[in-house]
Design a protein. Structure first.
Length: 917
C-alpha cells in the first residue's frame, strides 16, 4: 500500500461498515431474554464470584506481579496479577468480573453452564488474564507458612488456557444447570492442586497492611493434605456464589479517544478504558447526556446531567483518587451538601495521572456514547464508547474490544507503511537506487523470487567489501516478503473471518455473539509479528564505515548460516510443507531470549530469536570449579539447532506422518507433555553432537538454585536436563556408533560421563543432595539415582526426584525420535569437491565428533563456526522465497474454529522454561 492510499483507508474507518457496523447491528437487534434466561449462567456470561468464607468478598485482582515482585521468586512474563477477594462487587475497572469460557470446546458461547463443565475464567480488568494456578505456596515467600497448595494469579492465554488455568465446576451432580445465586466449587486441573480457596486476611499480612483497604482474603488452591484450615481467624472455604454482573448498565467501554497534535494523524494517540456513569438505583436512573467542565484543574467537574424521560439537572463530580469521583445532584454555586451525594462512585477518564477538565457526551438508547473529553493541558478530543449490555447473550460485549478491530486495523496499516519505508531506506543506502528501482526489485521478489537480481551496489562506499553481500540482500528480500505475507494474511484471511464470525452469530437463532477475545488475540499476534519483522530488518542495517556492516548485522549473518546448517540435513522432511521441496528460508534476529517463533501464515520461513546475552555468568560463579562447559564459547548460539528442531517437529513429515502423530504412542507416558522438547533436544544432539549438550549445561548453570526445580509443564525439569542430554548422546552412540562415538567404554571417562559428573557437582553446589543406593555419598560422581531437595521453610516439605525412573520412562521417546531422524538425515557424506571448498558451508553432521572431557577443544570448534571466514561462506539452499498461501483448507470449519486454529499455530518455544518461553 502506498502513501496515497492512507486517506481512502481513513475514510473507510470512519464509516459504520465492516466489523464496526456489524457489532452495532448485533446490539441493536438483540432479542429480549426471558426471565429464566436472565438468571441463567451461560458460557460467555460475565459473572461475580463471592467467597463463602466469613467476610469472604468477591474474587478480584489484588496486584500486578510487576508491581509486587516479592510475591513470587520466579519471573514468568506470562503471569500477570495476584488474585484476592474484595469486599464489594462494584470495582469500576472490571477487575472483579470474570467471563466464563469453555476449556474443552464442549460448549459454545450462549449455552448454559452446568456442574461438571470444564471452564476458563477471563478477568475483565485492564490487566486481564486467565485465572491460573502458579507456583507451590511453600515457594511463595510471603505465604510459605500457609496450609495451601498453589498460589492463584491471572496469566496470559499461553499459560492460562493450559491445565493450570482449567477449572471444573463441582458441588452438585454433573449436568445440573447453574443459575445466578447458586453455590459452586472450582477444582483446578493441575495434578494435586485441589480446589479454589479463599484463605488468610489480606490487610493482616505484613506486606499488605496499607494501600489495600477493601481487600479481604487471599486466594489459593488447596489445602495441603492433612492441613488444618479452620482457624478462628483464617477460616478457609472452597464455596463460591456466582451472580451475573448486572451493573454493567453503567459501565462503558471507551474504545476510541484520539488526540492529534496539529491535526497530524501520524502523531495521533489512542486511549482505551472503562467509564462508569450512572447510579446504583436501577434502570430508571439511566443517563442520556452529560455536560461537565472544571474551573479548578479537575478537582471538581460541574454542569448538567439529563436522565431518560427527565429534563436537565445540576450535577457536581468531586475528584477522589485516580479516575474516581463522588457525585452530588446539586448546583455548583452553593457549598457541597453531603445529603445530595448519590450511591455509587463514577469513573471518568482513562489516564490515571491526568485529570479530566471537561466532558460532554450523549448516550443513545442502544448504549452508544459519543462526544468530547479534555484532560489538563489539552484541547477537547473525540470520545466514543459502548455500554455493557446486561442480557446474558450479550454479556461478552462488556469486555473492551467492541470496535477494537477498526482502530487496531488503522494502527497496523500504519505500521505496514513504516516497514515499507524502512526497506526503501536500506536499499537506498546499499545500492543508491531510486524509489522506482526499489519498487521494481521488491515487486520481483514477490512475483518471481527465484529470478530476483540483487543490485550491484558498487556506487555505495563499502558495499563491495560486505560479508556475503548477496546473502544479506536475499535476507532483506525474504523479510520483505514475510512482511507482505503477514499483511495479506491480516487483510484477506483474518479480517474476513472476523466479519464472517459476526455474521454467523448474528444469524444464530440462539442469539450468540462472536468471541471477541479471539479477535483481540489475533490483533495482538499480528502487531507482535510486525514488530519482530521490523526489528530483524533494522538489525541488518548496513553502514558505510570500514567493512560496510554493523556489529548486529555481522552477528546475524553468522546465526543465519548456523540455522541453515541446522535445517538443511533434514530438508527432505519438509518437502511437502515448504516450496516444492526447497528448505524454508531461515531468519534469525537478536532478542531478549532465544526461541523459535512459529506462525500460521508463513511456513516457508523459520524465525529464530537469539539472545543478546551470550557471555555466561556461570564462568564467574563457578570459577573455582573445573567443569565442562563453564567457559563455553558463545553458548547461546548452540541453542539454534534445538530451535530448528521445534520447526521440524511441527512441520516435518515422513511418509505422510508428522512427529506430533508419532508422539501419540506415548500418551500414556507420565512425561508425554515433554515430547516436543525432548524431540528438539534429540534433534540438537543429532545435528551438533556434544555442542548441544554443553551449551544447555552452560545456560542452566546461569540460573539460580530454585529455578532448577521448576516444572513449567512443557520443558523437562532443569534438575534433570543435562542427565537427559547425556542419555541422548548414549542412545545415538548405540544406534550409530561410527558417527556418534561418544561412549568409549565402561572403564574410560567420556563426554557423556563428564556431563553427568559436572551436573552432579553443580547440584551439590546448589545444595541439592544426589543420592545412590549402591554407593556411599562421598563416592558418588556420575548420574545419581535420586536427587534430594531440602525445604528451607519450617514446613519441611522435602522433595525427592527419582532420576533413574524418569530416564527409564523417557528413554523410549529418545530412541523413537533418534531412529526417525537418523533414518532420514542427509549426513553430508556425498558433498562434492565444490561443496568441500572454503567458499561454501559444509552441511555435514554432527558438527563435531569430538569426545573430550575438557571445554577447550569444543571452544575451538565453536570459534571456527562463528568467525569472519565462516560468515563469508555461501549458504546452500537459502534463496529468496516468494509469498505462499499457507492457510489450510478448512471449508467445513466455522470461522470461529479457523481463528482458534490459527491462534494455536502461533507459538514461541525456547530451550528452557523461563525468559518468556
Amino acid at each position: 500500500m502506498g502513501r496515497g492510499e492512507a486517506p481512502a483507508m481513513q475514510q473507510h474507518l470512519n464509516t459504520g461498515s465492516g466489523i464496526q457496523g456489524k457489532m452495532m447491528a448485533d446490539i441493536e437487534s438483540g432479542d429480549q431474554q426471558s426471565t429464566k434466561d436472565l438468571t441463567s449462567i451461560l458460557i460467555g456470561s460475565i459473572i461475580r464470584i463471592e467467597s463463602g468464607a466469613p467476610q469472604g468478598g468477591y474474587l478480584s485482582l489484588l496486584k500486578t506481579v510487576a508491581d509486587e515482585p516479592r510475591i513470587s521468586m520466579y519471573a514468568d512474563p506470562d503471569v500477570l496479577a495476584f488474585v484476592a477477594t474484595y469486599a464489594k462487587n462494584d470495582r469500576a475497572d472490571g477487575s472483579g468480573s470474570w467471563q466464563i469460557l469453555s476449556a474443552d470446546g464442549a460448549k459454545q458461547i450462549g449455552e448454559r453452564l452446568a456442574f461438571g463443565d470444564r471452564i476458563h475464567l477471563l478477568n475483565m480488568g485492564p490487566t486481564a488474564g486467565y485465572l491460573d494456578s502458579f507456583e507451590w505456596v511453600d515457594r511463595l515467600e510471603p505465604f510459605k507458612e500457609y496450609p495451601m497448595q498453589i498460589g492463584v494469579f491471572t496469566s496470559e492465554a499461553r499459560r492460562g488456557r493450559s491445565i493450570s488455568g482449567t477449572w471444573t465446576v463441582t458441588g452438585e451432580e454433573a449436568g445440573t444447570f447453574i443459575a445466578a445465586g447458586d453455590r459452586i466449587e472450582l477444582e483446578n486441573g493441575y495434578p494435586g492442586a485441589g480446589k479454589l480457596y479463599a484463605y488468610g486476611d489480606v490487610t493482616g499480612h505484613p506486606l499488605f497492611t496499607t494501600r489495600y483497604e477493601g481487600f479481604r482474603r487471599f486466594v489459593f488452591t488447596g489445602p495441603k493434605p492433612g492441613a488444618k484450615i479452620d482457624d478462628a481467624d483464617q477460616i478457609a472455604s472452597p464455596n463460591w456464589t456466582v451472580t451475573l454482573a448486572d451493573r454493567s448498565l453503567h459501565l462503558y467501554d471507551i474504545y476510541h479517544q484520539i488526540s492529534s497534535p496539529g491535526g497530524d494523524p501520524e502523531t495521533a494517540r489512542y486511549d482505551r478504558g472503562f467509564f462508569k456513569i450512572g447510579f446504583d438505583d436501577g434502570p430508571e436512573m439511566q443517563i442520556v447526556a452529560l455536560d461537565l467542565s472544571s474551573s479548578d484543574q479537575g478537582e471538581t467537574l460541574s454542569g448538567t446531567v439529563r436522565f431518560e424521560g427527565r429534563g436537565e439537572e445540576p450535577l457536581i463530580a468531586k475528584h477522589g483518587n485516580e479516575n474516581v469521583y463522588d457525585i452530588y445532584l446539586q448546583p455548583k454555586d452553593i457549598p457541597i451538601d453531603e445529603s445530595k451525594k448519590r450511591n455509587g462512585q463514577w469513573q471518568l477518564g482513562v489516564r490515571k495521572h491526568q485529570r479530566v477538565t471537561s466532558l460532554a457526551v450523549s448516550i443513545s438508547a442502544q448504549g452508544e456514547l459519543s462526544g468530547t473529553i479534555a484532560y489538563i493541558g489539552e484541547e477537547p478530543v473525540i470520545i466514543q464508547g459502548l455500554r455493557g449490555v446486561v442480557t446474558p447473550n450479550n454479556l461478552d460485549l462488556y469486555r473492551s474490544g467492541k470496535r477494537a478491530p477498526e482502530w487496531v486495523t488503522e494502527r497496523i496499516y500504519r505500521v505496514e507503511l513504516e516497514i515499507v519505508e524502512t526497506y526503501k531506506e536500506l536499499f537506498t543506502a546499499v545500492a543508491g537506487m531510486t524509489d522506482s528501482d526499489i519498487d521494481d526489485v521488491l515487486s520481483q521478489s514477490l512475483n518471481q523470487p527465484a529470478d530476483t537480481e540483487v543490485p550491484d551496489g558498487e556506487s555505495v562506499t563499502g558495499a563491495s567489501t560486505l560479508l556475503d553481500r548477496e546473502f544479506q540482500v536475499q535476507q532483506l528480500l525474504n523479510l520483505y516478503t514475510l512482511s507482505r505475507q503477514l499483511s495479506a494474511f491480516f487483510r484477506y484471511t483474518l479480517i474476513p473471518l472476523m466479519e464472517q464470525s459476526l455474521e454467523d452469530h448474528r444469524a444464530n437463532s440462539a442469539g450468540t455473539l462472536a468471541p471477541i477475545q479471539l479477535f483481540r488475540q489475533c490483533f495482538q499476534h499480528v502487531a507482535t509479528d510486525h514488530a519482530i519483522i521490523r526489528q530483524a530488518t533494522i538489525q541488518r542495517q548496513w553502514n558505510a564505515a570500514e567493512d560496510g556492516v554493523n556489529l548486529s548485522a555481522a552477528e546475524l549473518l553468522k546465526t543465519d548460516k548456523l540455522a541453515v546448517k541446522a535445517v538443511m540435513p533434514f530438508r527432505k522432511l519438509l518437502a511437502n510443507d515448504a516450496d516444492g521441496g526447497d528448505a524454508p528460508a531461515v531468519i534469525t534476529y537478536q532478542s531478549e531470549n532465544t526461541y523459535i517463533h512459529l506462525t500460521p501464515y508463513a511456513k516457508q520461513f523459520i524465525l529464530i530469536g537469539v539472545s543478546y546475552d551470550r557471555v555466561p555468568p556461570a564462568a564467574v560463579a563457578f570459577a573455582h570449579k573445573t567443569l565442562l562447559g563453564k567457559d563455553f564459547y558463545a553458548y547461546e548460539i548452540m541453542a539454534i539447532p534445538h530451535e530448528a528442531g521445534h520447526y521440524i517437529y511441527q512441520h516435518g513429515k515422513r511418509n505422510g506422518q508428522g512427529f506430533p502423530e508419532l508422539s501419540r504412542q506415548f500418551q500414556g507416558n507420565p512425561y508425554y507433555h515433554w515430547c516436543e522438547e525432548i524431540f528438539a533436544d534429540v534433534y540438537g544432539c543429532v545435528v551438533a553432537g556434544p555442542l548441544a549438550a554443553i551449551s544447555m549445561q552452560a545456560m542452566l548453570m546461569s540460573i539460580d538454585r530454585d529455578r532448577a526445580w521448576q516444572d513449567d509443564e512443557q520443558h523437562p525439569t532443569p534438575v534433570l536436563r543435562i542427565y537427559l542430554f547425556a542419555e541422548i548422546l548414549r542412545v545415538l552412540n548405540e544406534l550409530m556408533p561410527d558417527r556418534y562415538a561418544f561412549k568409549d567404554g565402561a572403564d574410560k571417562i567420556d563426554v557423556t560421563d563428564q556431563l553427568d559428573r559436572d551436573w552432579t557437582e553443580i547440584l551439590r553446589v546448589w545444595r541439592y543432595d544426589p543420592m545412590n543406593n549402591e554407593r556411599e555419598e562421598d563416592e558418588l560422581s556420575e548420574r545419581p539415582q535420586r536427587v534430594f531437595m531440602h525445604d528451607g521453610a519450617d514446613l519441611s516439605l522435602d522433595t525427592i526426584v527419582n532420576v533413574e525412573r524418569v530416564m527409564q520412562a523417557i528413554r523410549p521417546m529418545i530412541v523413537t525420535f533418534a531412529k526417525w531422524l537418523l533414518d532420514t538425515a542427509d549426513f553430508g557424506d556425498q558433498e562434492d569437491e565444490a561443496q568441500r571448498s572454503e567458499e561454501r558451508l559444509s552441511l555435514k553432521i554432527p558438527w563435531t565428533r569430538l569426545n573430550r572431557t575438557t571445554t577447550a577443544p569444543y571452544n575451538d570448534v565453536m570459534a571456527a563456526m562463528t568467525d569472519r571466514d565462516f560468515a563469508r561462506k555461501r549458504a546452500p539452499g537459502q534463496l529468496v522465497r516468494g509469498p505462499k498461501n499457507n492457510a489450510p483448507s478448512a471449508a467445513q470449519s466455522s470461522a470461529d474454529d479457523r481463528l482458534r486454529q490459527y491462534l494455536q499455530e502461533w507459538d514461541d518455544s525456547g530451550p528452557h522454561g523461563w525468559g518468556g518461553h
